[in-house]
Design a protein around this ligand. Structure first.
Ligand code: PLP
Length: 398
């Protein structure tokens, strides 16, 4: 047997990618699976962005670039932060990486050490705990409650801060719950972070996907003190339907960005040159396509939340952002299918996939076993059909 590294041994494949792969392999066998597992918009990348990439290829922009991204893209990112968040950054405070996940990975490698504690409110994005662990630090999971709209309560935050706490991870709008923090809530968290001298890692990748006129606020924009303690992780994947292009970016104190740059220079080098040019167009070009996508998401969200809440025993929080719902199915735990007990979110997700041919991601993967995550980044037709199947499958339980 090959003796693998301890690092590799603590890892399993990303559950969301794994479910997606299973659904796709069933589809390849001709089974009609409704896939609520995907974490990516079902829309195509807007035409102007694709054209910018084609132009880059035609002009021979196909070589190595500076490790942390081309100046054009850094300037576009600086422009975006100024335009959308009123935040000022210098080029030396920005780094472009190969996707938001890579941005977070490099940040964890640059900031965390053995023994550090990193507070992660649950439900959380699946990749936070393993990436923190890979950097040698300890993920400290702080549970939030559905009745508080899954938001981290200031008292809970204070309770979990110790002298070893290095950072808090905030993800607003949140994957998987879709909650988003308002200004007053962010102010309280910022106050604690400053008083306790901890960093805030603010994952703002769903910034542009918000509903009902919700006004997104970056915690870094609340004042100079909190800006110095905040590192923003962002990317073009979700806003511009560019998941495959792999461009993420980070904004924060120069020392941290320089350290990330060093790590990147010894690992991946620069993100793809062509994708960088496409991302300049995404950030600087017309934003109408984003509005269209968000309005389609909002219509689907309204439908899916309403339908889920109508199912006996299911409760579903109405998200303010992102493109997921996180309904509570725990009242079905303990029920039987053909004599076999379904007792947790994994077994219920398996049941949905096997018996209803519907792929969802078990809540346990996000640290909340009472729930399943459904992505509504899929057509209205599929959503209707998928919910019919789920409703029907639940009725078949004894
Ligand atoms: N952050 C959150 C909360 C996410 O949901 C995702 C993707 O699912 C990412 C970051 C990373 O996105 P990407 O690496 O595709 O840019």
């Amino acid at each position: 047997m090959i003796s693998l590294s301890n690092r590799a041994k603590i890892l399993k494949p990303s559950p969301t990618l794994a479910i997606n792969a299973k659904a796709k392999s069933m589809q390849a066998k001709g089974i009609k699976v409704i896939n609520f597992g995907a974490g990516e918009p079902d829309f195509d990348t807007p035409e102007n962005i694709k054209k910018a990439a084609i132009k880059a290829i035609e002009e021979g922009f196909t070589k190595y670039t500076p490790v942390g991204g081309i100046d054009d893209l850094k300037d576009a990112i600086i422009y975006k932060f100024k335009r959308d968040n009123g935040l000022s950054y210098k080029r030396s405070e920005i780094i472009v990486s190969c996707g938001g996940k890579h941005s977070f990975y490099n940040l964890a490698q640059a900031l965390f050490d053995e023994g550090d504690e990193v507070i992660i409110p649950s439900p959380y994005w699946v990749s936070y705990p393993p990436i923190v662990s890979l950097a040698g630090a300890r993920p400290i999971i702080v549970e939030t409650k559905e009745e508080n709209d899954f938001k981290l309560q200031p008292d809970d935050l204070e309770k979990f801060i110790t002298p070893k706490t290095k950072a808090l991870i905030l993800n607003s709008p949140c994957n998987p719950t879709g909650h988003a923090y308002n200004k007053q809530e962010l102010e309280k968290i910022a106050e604690i972070a400053i008083a306790k001298d901890i960093f805030i890692i603010s994952d703002e990748i769903y910034e542009k996907i918000t509903y009902d006129g919700f006004e997104f606020i970056s915690i870094a924009s609340l004042g100079e003190d909190i800006k110095k303690k905040t590192i923003i992780v962002h990317g073009v994947a979700k806003t511009y339907a560019m998941t495959g292009w792999r461009i993420g970016y980070t904004a924060g104190p120069e020392e941290i960005i320089t350290a990330m740059n060093n790590i990147q220079s010894q690992s991946t080098s620069n993100p793809t040159s062509i994708s960088q040019k496409a991302s300049v167009e995404a950030l600087m070009g017309p934003q109408e396509e984003v509005k269209k996508m968000v309005s389609a998401f909002q219509e689907r969200r309204n439908y899916i939340v309403e339908r889920l809440n109508r199912i006996q025993g299911v409760s579903c929080y109405k998200p303010l952002g992102a493109f997921y719902v996180f309904p509570n199915f725990s009242s079905y735990f303990g029920r039987l299918f053909k004599g076999k007990r379904i007792s947790n979110s994994t077994e219920l997700a398996d049941y949905f996939l096997e018996e209803a041919k519907v792929a969802v991601v078990p809540g346990i993967e996000f640290g909340a076993d009472s729930y399943e995550r459904l992505s509504y980044a899929t057509s209205m037709e599929e959503i209707k059909e998928g919910l019919d199947r789920i409703e029907d499958a639940l009725k078949r339980l004894d």
